[in-house]
Design a protein around this ligand. Structure first.
Ligand code: NOJ
Ligand code: CA
Length: 691
């Protein structure tokens, strides 16, 4: 049911506009908007001619007055020498059901304040800042209305600041090194005051010991991606920094224009940060009328074999994407209840330096040993989706030229899922990976795919800004160091703490195609012997690989290992059983960089799943199962680290057991160093096997 209430009122207006300039400057009152629970209060004011906002949390300053405005090419900056000439208020309260997600229902309850500022200098340019105060944070965006003094523009900088009242501990990845414009870095924790140039979402733990804040953005449509820059000096202020196009311009546009929302998520503890729904609330409702074809799924694929160097993407004797190999994967998927099979390296363009030869990729021409129509028909007959891979290497024009022909072909073959990729530092003609040009490209791909009825999973993406609300065919993306780093990374792979940080940082922006489920932890089949710890290798126990399906949310979850590594493995049952679409998500325990325990209820079912992961320290949790329906009897199917398990020395033992539980039970979960635990809790009357 949709509920909506709107109330309009103009606070300032004609009266202020009529007063003389000096009186207005002196007398301008500040405007406030509070969240429905009254805890988050935004104050907007003009200070020495500059429009600024501040944010209080439970009566204490969280953000001090922070500047707003723009710098242009060929025109003076906007934001200095202004006065507030108008304001309006609205409220909203609506609840909707997501077609798929980390939770089924989302309630958007907020109070909105629109503030119009006008220059007091001769140009009289105007801009609007719209603030929305929610119980879980604040969003604000700029609007540049159509007006005589501002038509076409080139934005060189956005002056938005986030000036914290106190220092904080920030969990961040860099935006300026070492591989320019990529998001595949290990997270670091440092004082806010020392930050240089970082990506969002950034998660900040405040000095009060409990409040957590996440800065990010929402509804990025036609604008560069936002980074955050420290001021190069010891202070607690971050400023928006925009990814440039090749000529240094950040955004080209024409009024009327609006920027993405700048979001400040606020929670009373880090465990209350997830599920993070602020971004969804700040995106327009779905533009896809019929979403019945959009389906979360688990998949396997011709993928890890290339990262292990067993197969190649390119043609030749080790080519992975052969008809025969693909059919073998389709058979496995059908037998084990997987929805899809990803095939990489099927198309012409991989030979030679495929990153440099970005324009050589064809998205319709298969290699001669890959019978695309044949495998597509075979997959269809077996009830499995073929997930077609489109690596672009950042050749935006090359891909855009082929979008219609490629998607027409895929649809004619019954294919409705693709994985795209952008392995490159710069996009198209030397634009930043995250420039406005790249953002436009991604939108074009999502919208074209929606038109053709195709689901999309993006690697090396623009970060998630909640697009999935408007375009629910935008399923998942990478945008952080995923499993692949455990195959070849020169630093040995993702350290045991990595996923405990991802949960509280990257995953707050949206789903991640991390690709869990490596069972051959020591990568013996790839290396021909168990890999040593000074080599790139998975740095978890096997049980932790299972737990990642619950902890790291994605509507498309891969069982990433070579399929032969699942043969004869009782623990594989958990991957077959685990859900990919959730009704409810509860974070039970968590500390960034140390551990996470999450419970999720499967959508349209009474089954719950628990995922617990730890860093290099072994830990024990005593989890009350009070989330279960009182009075109902359940069975917990437990996949725990086995005796002596340890990520470094003994990663494989998994102890599988089951026991009756109900809502009054407590579950003692013992995790090995670098370990984890996955639990499926099903109603007692259901049989243990769903597949
Ligand atoms: C990087 C992606 O993250 C990975 O999944 C893919 O296999 C390679 N690029 C090749 O496209
Ligand atoms: Ca990648």
């Amino acid at each position: 049911m949709l509920m909506r209430r709107r109330v309009f009122s103009t606070v300032l207006g004609v009266a202020a506009a009529a007063a003389s300039l000096s009186t207005v400057a002196a007398a301008q009152p500040s405007l406030r908007v509070a969240s429905p629970d009254g805890k988050n209060v935004v104050t907007v004011s003009v200070r020495q001619g500059t429009l600024s906002y501040s944010l209080d949390r439970e009566g204490k300053p969280l953000l001090l007055p922070s500047r707003l405005g723009f710098e242009f090419r060929g025109a003076p900056p906007l934001g200095d020498s202004v006065r507030i000439v108008d304001s309006a208020r609205t409220k909203a309260d609506e609840t909707w059901t997501q077609p798929w997600g980390e939770v089924a229902r989302v309630r958007d309850q907020h109070n909105e304040l629109r503030v119009t500022a006008e220059e007091t200098t001769s140009r009289h340019r105007r801009f609007v800042v719209v603030f929305r105060a929610f119980d879980d944070g604040v969003g604000f965006r700029y609007e540049l209305p159509e007006q005589p003094g501002l038509a076409d523009f080139e934005i060189m900088d956005e002056r938005t600041e986030f000036t914290f009242a106190q220092n904080a501990r920030a969990w961040w990845i860099p935006s300026n090194k070492p591989r320019l414009d990529r998001s595949e870095f290990l997270y670091a924790a440092s004082p806010l005051s020392t930050l240089d140039s970082i990506q969002t979402p950034v998660t900040l733990e405040l000095g009060d010991g409990h409040t957590a804040v996440v800065i990010h953005e929402a509804d990025l449509v036609d604008y560069p991606r936002m980074f955050l820059a420290g001021h190069g000096m010891e202070n607690n202020s971050l400023r928006a920094a925009l990814a440039p196009m090749a000529d240094g311009v950040k955004a080209r546009g024409r009024t009327p224009f609006q920027t993405p929302w700048r979001t400040i998520q606020i929670a009373s503890s880090v465990t209350a940060l997830a599920p993070s729904l602020l971004g969804l609330k700040l995106n327009p409702p779905s533009k896809v009328a019929n979403t019945s074809w959009i389906k979360p799924m688990k998949y396997v694929g011709i993928w890890w074999g290339m990262h292990m160097n067993i197969w190649t993407w390119s043609s030749g004797p080790k080519h992975g994407a052969t008809t025969e190999n693909t059919k073998r994967y389709i058979d496995f998927a059908a037998k084990n209840g997987f929805g899809g099979v990803l095939v990489e390296g099927w198309n012409v363009g991989w030979d030679g330096d495929w990153v440099a030869n970005r324009n050589a990729f064809s998205f319709t021409r298969p290699y001669p040993d890959y019978d695309l129509p044949g495998v597509a028909a075979y997959a269809k007959q077996k009830g499995v989706k073929l997930i077609v891979h489109n690596e672009t290497s950042g050749g935006l024009a090359n891909y855009e030229r082929q979008l219609d022909s490629a998607y027409t072909l895929y649809r004619s073959l019954g294919v409705d899922a693709i994985k795209t990729g952008y392995v490159t530092d710069t996009m198209g003609g030397n634009h930043s990976h995250y420039s406005q040009v790249a953002v436009r490209h991604h939108r074009k791909v999502i919208e074209t795919a929606a038109k053709y009825g195709i689901m999309v999973d993006v690697h090396e993406p623009i970060h998630d800004t909640g697009e999935r609300r408007t375009w629910p065919n935008m399923m998942s993306r990478e945008g952080a160091r995923g499993q692949e780093y455990n195959a070849w990374s020169s630093d040995g792979g993702n350290p045991p703490e990595h996923e405990t940080i991802l949960f509280f940082t990257r995953l707050l922006s949206g789903p991640m195609d991390f690709t869990p489920g490596i069972f051959d932890i020591q990568e013996t089949r790839g290396a021909g012997r168990p890999k040593r710890l000074d080599e790139p290798r998975v740095r978890t126990t096997l049980a932790k690989q299972l737990a990642l399906y619950v902890v790291l949310y994605s509507p498309v979850q891969m069982a990433a290992d070579l399929i032969e590594n699942y043969e004869g493995q009782p623990a594989f049952k958990f991957i077959k059983d685990v859900a990919v679409d959730w009704d409810t998500t509860r974070v039970i325990e968590g500390k960034i960089g140390d551990y996470v325990v999450v419970a999720r209820r499967e959508r349209n079912a009474q089954r719950w799943y628990l995922g617990a992961i730890t860093d290099e320290e072994g830990r024990t949790f005593d989890v009350p199962l009070s989330f279960l329906t009182p009075g109902r009897k359940y069975v917990a199917e437990i996949y725990a680290d086995g005796p002596g398990a340890n990520w470094a020395t003994n990663p494989l033992p998994v102890a599988i057991s089951s026991k009756p539980v109900d809502s009054t039970s407590r579950l003692r979960m013992v995790l090995a160093p670098g370990g984890g635990q996955a639990v499926r809790i099903r109603p007692a009357q259901e049989s243990s096997s769903t597949k």
